[in-house]
Ligand binder design. Sequence first.
Ligand SMILES: Nc1ncnc2c1ncn2[C@@H]1O[C@H](COP(=O)(O)OP(=O)(O)O)[C@@H](O)[C@H]1O
Ligand SMILES: [Mg+2]
Length: 232
Amino acid sequence: MSESGMSDKAVLSCRNLGKSYEEGPESVVVLSGLQLELHPGQRVAIVGSSGSGKSTLLNLLGGLDTPTEGSVWLAGEELSALNEKARGLLRNRALGFVYQFHHLLPEFTALENVCMPLLIGKTPIPEARQRATALLERVGLKHRLAHKPSELSGGERQRVAIARALVNQPGLVMLDEPTGNLDSHTAQGIQDLMLELSTSSRTAFLVVTHDMALARQMDRVWRLEEGRLVEA
Ligand SMILES: Nc1ncnc2c1ncn2[C@@H]1O[C@H](COP(=O)(O)OP(=O)(O)O)[C@@H](O)[C@H]1O
Ligand SMILES: [Mg+2]
């Protein structure tokens, strides 16, 4: 058992997680007393109404935002115990993140965007290009390698962001509404890729979605309700 009292094998866990915002004299509580634990290869969907705090939760779990209460462990490391540099290195090594809005680097091509996490991790350029190309092919973008984000459709950008999140083979991938911009055929391809990686590489997936067809294909569905997760 780790210091958290939770299993050492969890790729992600949090205890008593809370987030509130001060709005003048009032405090708006978005998340409160939230617990979760995610294991290698596990695929979980988080559903919940608009404004229930799904994006806030993913941002806290990914170390992009700071909780007002509680702690998060990513790959066994407590995020709040790390300085910004160490947290950045841990995120690059252990986590792939797909934002609700794609966050690709606008001056770089699709291929360069997907290479970026590998280059940060000091992978040699030829190997990085080869791995990034293979993943872009997997998400159906073989013919778009040299395009910049502004030259891609919304769904194509989303697929580049997914390839970028997977390229480092992280133990955990978090996705915020990954199929929102995709037609059903492409969305199914992304789902198949998630299933394959969760089995072959034990990659864990935590997916925020409105898409019940996607949610139902995960191992578990959790609903965010009144600041906490309940089994759906
Ligand atoms: N920076 C902020 N300041 C104040 N309130 C915020 C801020 N960011 C988010 N919120 C509030 O937190 C709640 C949850 O937002 P969000 O996590 O984006 O929900 P969801 O992703 O489930 O639609 C909303 O009520 C939103 O208004
Ligand atoms: Mg959201």
